[in-house]
Unconditional design. Structure first.
Length: 122
């Protein structure tokens, strides 16, 4: 199984566990918001991680993808916040906290699956 697929499955399991842990403390709107945040965060993170793996042997490309991924995460949070606040959607606060938390947690998970290949040295 490839590293990005293992990362995606582990991330999905982590998001599911956190969501289940928060479930009793949230209302219906909060639950929907947290689940939406998990879907958005996981899809963005898996794509960013796949690109990191793809460009790992190219220093410039890797740095561009790494910095670009950071910028995309910030823009996603800003975009989701803007849309949710303007639409006055219920559950906005839990969704935004969950989105930022899921991004952070999934980001911390990346080094576990980002191992050097044989022959790669630092």
């Amino acid at each position: 199984m490839s590293a990005h697929l293992r990362y995606a499955l582990t991330g999905l399991a982590g998001i599911a566990l956190v969501t289940l842990g928060l479930w009793p403390f949230l209302g219906v709107e909060g639950r929907r918001g947290v689940m939406a945040a998990g879907a958005v965060a996981l899809s963005v993170q898996v794509l960013a991680f796949w690109l990191l793996l793809r460009f790992r042997g190219h220093v410039r490309g890797f740095l561009v993808v790494w910095a670009g991924g950071t910028l995309v995460r910030l823009l996603v949070i800003a975009g989701v916040a803007t849309i949710a606040i303007r639409s006055e959607a219920a559950g906005t606060i839990p969704m935004l906290f969950a989105l930022a938390g899921f991004f952070f947690g999934l980001l911390l998970l990346e080094p576990v699956y980002f191992r050097p290949r044989a022959g790669e040295t630092t």
